[in-house]
Ligand binder design. Structure first.
Ligand code: SF4
Length: 454
């Protein structure tokens, strides 16, 4: 948007007495107020208003599903011409960055000391909110660069990496310290952090272990997880990895298994990396797809094909594929090691909505399969720290009071490691509540300490 386009769009806002847009925003951004400030040309106030609730406005402006949240709730959407809230948020955040607007002062650090493990949306939100509340915050990130899923999980065409880097820089202006290459387990433990004087520790380590399919042929070369594939592409794009190591070749036939947002990201990335055909294989129908409708529509538009009601049952190598097709050829070394096809079972959806195995099997020829069927948390923190309980799927158990504290006093958590993979803004929503819980805990702890000293 240009400045005049943004202001004209903002002027359409009715500044409703009961702003339904705000109730549709998971972090309750004061949308009418920032839109009004923008409509008056006061972008400094608009940014200040956004910064009160959000630490990542330029990111949210780009990746939040506005069409299902604030924009869906805008009263004008009923007339099919709702306010473009996401675009306005992005415009304001970008303008603030370009003009070096810094609405909030750095943290005094006097209220207490917090270590934040992980720098994805949850960690960055907790760090930003606590810095605004005058806590001294240190982020410990296992990778060589902070950003977590924002940097390595969401592809460049949906979220530019320079936008992620600059939002993280804004946190540095709030006084947040970031230490990279700090992996919990090998480099430090939660107990070490308490010994170093931290009053509380936050775990925002996400779900780094991808789920895989335990079917015949799983050891073949050419089977990747989506998180690994997307990470390799980011590293290759930033010159840290040779392009050949992204494990995809021009002209490849690629099958992506799964139909969530990560599957759409992987499929659209595969097209951009030169794949000839990209097919999403999903065991249910179009109606059950879990990605945002906009992501699905973008994938269809870009040429991703969809093969619904197919359950993968085996990966096939070149030798097996040749035998199926009655092709005789001189054997090659890669015949038994390289993926060449995916055997699927046809599924039928019955009138009462059940999915049943029916209709035989099919083979889908492919050079590469990318698995996007979910992730679960790694157990590094839990295995090196006493007292943190997880549920039977490995997700961290937290409590309501103080909000977000785990079963170990002083250790808090939120984001995907607690709730399972979700959107950036939902991780932010929970993390804002946990930041308030951490502040409440430290204040109470210090009050008790002061009382005991007397
Ligand atoms: Fe403006 Fe729509 Fe929100 Fe009303 S609901 S305040 S018109 S953005």
């Amino acid at each position: 948007m240009t400045m005049s386009e943004a202001i004209n769009e903002a002027r359409r806002c009715l500044n409703c007495a009961r702003p339904t847009c705000r109730t549709g925003c998971p972090i309750a951004n004061n949308i009418p107020q920032f839109i009004r400030a923008l409509s008056e040309g006061n972008i400094g106030l608009a940014y200040e208003t956004i910064a009160e609730r959000s630490n990542l406005p330029a990111i949210c402006g780009r990746v939040c599903p506005h069409e299902r949240q604030c924009e869906a709730h805008c009263v004008l959407t009923k007339n099919k011409h709702g306010i473009e809230i996401g675009s306005l948020e992005m415009f304001i955040a970008d303008f603030a960055h370009e003009n070096n607007l810094k609405p909030l002062p750095p943290s005094t650090g006097k209220r207490g000391k917090v270590a934040v493990i992980g720098s994805g949306p949850a960690g960055l939100t907790v760090a930003g909110d606590l810095a605004k509340m005058n806590f001294a915050v240190t982020i410990l990130e296992g990778q060589s660069e902070p950003g977590g899923i924002l940097l390595f999980g969401i592809p460049e065409f949906r979220l530019q990496k320079d936008v992620v880097r600059r939002e993280i820089t804004e946190l540095l202006h709030l006084g947040v310290e970031i230490k990279t290459n700090m992996l919990v387990g090998p480099d430090f433990t939660v107990d070490d952090l308490f010994e170093q004087g931290y009053d509380a520790v936050f775990m925002g380590t996400g779900t780094s272990l991808p789920r895989t399919l335990d079917i015949p042929g799983k050891e073949l070369s050419g089977i990747l997880t989506a998180t690994y594939f997307l990470r390799m592409v980011v590293l290759s794009d930033s010159g840290k990895l040779d392009e050949s190591e992204t494990l995809l070749h021009d002209g490849d036939n690629v099958v992506v298994i799964g139909a969530g947002n990560v599957a759409m990201d992987a499929a659209r990335t595969a097209i951009r990396r030169g794949a000839e055909n990209v097919t999403i294989v999903y065991h249910k129908t179009e109606a059950e797809i879990s990605s945002f409708p906009s992501e699905y529509e973008a994938a269809v538009k870009e040429g991703v094909q969809f093969n619904f009601l197919k359950q993968p049952i085996a990966y096939l190598n070149k030798k097996q594929m040749r035998a199926l097709n009655n092709i005789r050829r001189k054997p090659a070394e890669s015949d038994e090691t390289d993926l060449a096809g995916l055997l699927v079972q046809n599924i039928t959806k019955t009138d009462d909505g059940q999915f049943v195995t029916e209709g035989g099997q099919e083979v889908i020829p492919c050079d590469c399969v990318i698995l996007a069927i979910g992730q679960r948390p790694a157990a590094r923190i839990v295995s090196t720290t006493k007292g943190i309980q997880v549920d039977d799927r490995g997700f961290v158990i937290t409590r309501e009071r103080p909000y977000g504290m785990t079963t170990r006093a002083g250790v808090f958590s939120s984001g995907d490691v607690v709730h399972g993979p979700a959107t950036v803004v939902l991780a932010m929503k929970e993390s804002k509540k946990v930041a308030a819980g951490i502040a409440q805990y430290i204040d109470a702890k210090k009050l008790l300490e002061d009382c005991c000293e007397d």
